[in-house]
Design a protein around this ligand. Structure first.
Ligand SMILES: [Fe+2]
Length: 287
């Protein structure tokens, strides 16, 4: 990190704010190594008061790994979460907590958003520290998760991001994208356990490879959500123009309330990680 840079906690629950660093003009090898180390330790980084071009933003994310291609039908590395841009995703919708592409084998590793247009009345993104939650699980509850897997599924026929979906209704067609992972999912780099259930996509729990009774499964998912989504594991980012927020898409979940359409809200998005097969979503909006 540059000698002038300092960090302070972004909240009691998650992340750090990095101060004294101007990210314009590229990232040299020393800074890239420092960013990777800090990101691995903290899982969420906030940089305020930046003035980043597309190229600047890409350079920061390239320091963390290969940038992911997004978009259909054209592949592009830059995307937008926006309620005004025709090429933006999400529109005005709320998004319940999720990780991006958790229903595929290897979801994006890191996601970043940069504040381009922020409503004068403010706007938020909500984050949840699923590593801290796993570490804090009561022993009795953790013991019940031994050998338990969660199924993450997506319904490709309806828009994602329905707000307030606490436990998904019903079971989805087996042909839809879905993925079974341990509920206590080891982080790909640190090995720390992640509490791997999220309200937008988790539709069933399995004991080993056997799907649990639906009522038993739902009751345990609800118990886990009550623990995971408590305020102690949340960080609410209050956006300002020029903010860059980068988070680990496995360790940290994200979501947001509805944003309305009276004030423009545009966040520029660059992700790091393996390419995802988006062909199933052609012509549909996904998060
Ligand atoms: Fe998302």
């Amino acid at each position: 990190m540059a000698a002038s840079a300092t960090t302070r906690p972004a909240s009691d629950s998650l992340g750090v704010v990095v101060e004294g660093l101007d990210l314009r003009g590229g990232v040299d090898d020393t800074l890239a190594a420092s960013l990777r180390e800090l990101f691995t330790q903290e899982y969420l980084l906030v940089f305020r008061d930046q003035d980043l071009s597309d190229a600047d933003h890409l350079a920061v994310m390239e320091a963390l790994g290969p940038v992911a291609w997004e978009g259909l039908p054209e592949k592009r590395a830059i995307g937008f979460v926006s309620n005004v841009r025709p090429d933006g995703t999400l529109g005005t919708s709320a998004a319940s907590f999720h990780i991006d592409f958790g229903f595929f084998p290897e979801p994006y590793h890191a996601i970043s958003l940069y504040g381009v247009e922020i409503p004068p009345r403010g706007t938020q993104t909500h984050f949840v520290n699923a590593v801290a939650a796993a570490a804090a699980l009561p022993a009795e509850l953790a013991a019940r998760l031994d050998g338990v897997q969660a199924r993450q599924a997506v319904d490709v026929t309806s828009p994602a991001g329905q707000a307030g979906v606490r436990v998904r209704e019903g079971r989805l067609d087996e042909t839809y994208p879905h993925m079974l992972r341990p509920v206590l999912w080891p982080h790909r780099v640190t090995g720390e356990e992640i509490l791997g259930v999220w309200e937008q996509h988790t539709d069933a729990l399995y004991a080993g490879d056997v799907e649990m009774d639906a009522d038993e499964s739902t009751a345990l998912i609800e118990e886990l959500y009550a623990f995971l989504y408590a305020p102690r594991f949340r960080y609410v980012h209050e956006w300002q123009e020029g903010d860059l927020v980068i988070w680990d898409n496995h360790a940290v979940q994200h979501g947001r309330p509805e944003v309305g359409d009276r004030e423009a809200r545009t966040l520029r998005r660059v992700c790091v990680g393996p390419e995802q097969d988006l062909s199933l979503f052609a012509g549909r909006r996904v998060t």
